[in-house]
Design a protein around this ligand. Sequence first.
Ligand SMILES: [Fe+2]
Length: 363
Amino acid sequence: MAPSVADIDQSNTQTVTSEVLKLQLKDDSQNKQQDKGASYPAYLPYFDVTEKFPPTEIFEFSDPAIGADPKKPHLFFTGDVKTNHLSPYIGTEITGVQISQLSKEGLNELGLYAAERKVLVLRDQDFKDIGIEKQIELASHFGKIQRHPTSGNVKGYPEFHVVYRDATDNIFREYGGDNRTNKTSWHSDISYEKQTPGTTFFWILDQPDVGGSTLFSSQVEAYNRLSPEFQKRLEGLKAVHSAVYQAEFARKRGGPVRREPVESEHPVVRRHPVTGEKALYVNQGFTTRIVGFKDEESEYLLKFLFDHIAKGADFHIRATYKPGTVVVWDNRVTTHSAVDDFSDNVRRHAVRLTPQAEIPIPA
Ligand SMILES: [Fe+2]
C-alpha cells in the first residue's frame, strides 16, 4: 500500500529542517567534498508545520481537451516535431515541441494527446527555467492545481509537490517499508480527492546518470485485458480511496498535515471525459476497500487487481529522465511507480504540478 517516491517524498523532509540538513551534510565528508548542491535550490522542499488549508471545495471543471482538433495542428506546428511511441498502448516521447510556447489551442491538443497516449515524455524543455508563475499558469490550464496536504512544497507556492532525495535524505525506504524485496509502489496521484487529477506535469531538476525512472501502466489496457464477464462485475462497483495513511505518516514524522485526511468513493471503472475510454481506477497506494464487500471479499478482489496492474509489463512503459525532460501524464488512465534503483548518494530532484479534473465518471 505504499505510494511511490513522488508521493513518499511529500513527507520526506518534514523533520529535516535546513539546520539539521546542514549538520548532516557536515558529517558526511565524502558528500561535503563532492556535492555542489541542488541545481535549483528555489525548489527545495519546504515544510511549515503551521501551514493549514481549509477543506477542499468542489469546483466546476470542463476538460479543455474536449473539442481539441484530433490532428493537433497547434501542437505539431513545426516540421521539427518527432514522436516515438514507447509501446503500442501507452507512452510517446516527443522532441521539437516546447510546452512554454504553446498557444491555448496547443495546450488543449497537448491534453488530448496525453489522454490518448496516457504519458508524454517531452525532451529538451525550457520549462524548468521559465519561472514559477509561468509554470503554474501553464499547468492551471488543465484545472485547479491541488495543494498537497503533507508534501514538501515551494515556499510561498503550495501548488508545487516537490520530490527530493539526496545523501542525507532517504525517507523513501521508511515509507515503503524497509523489509521488502523491491520498492515498486503503484499508485495514481492523490486519488483520495473527490476531484481526482487529470493532466499532470512532472519535470526533473537533478537526476541520476542512470536510473530514477518512472514506471507507468495503462489503466485502459488493464481494463481491456479483463474478460467481458469480469468487466461486467466490476462496472457499478465503487472503491474507497484514502489519505489517512499518508497523513498518519506525516504526523509520525512531525511534518505538516495541512488539512485533515479525506476519503472518497470512486467508481472501480471510470470513463475518460475526452476519449470516452474506460479505465480501471484502483491503485495500491490509496485504494483501501471495495464498497459493500465484506473484508475478505474486498481484499481478494483488490489483491487480484493490484497484481494484474503490477504484472502487466505488456501495458507498461518506463519513462526516463534527461536534463530538460518534462513528463505529462493523465492520472485518470494511468498508475505509476518510481523506480528506486539509484545510489543513496545521488540527488534526485523533481517537481510536480497536479491539476484536479472532474469527479470520476462511472463507466
Ligand atoms: Fe506519484
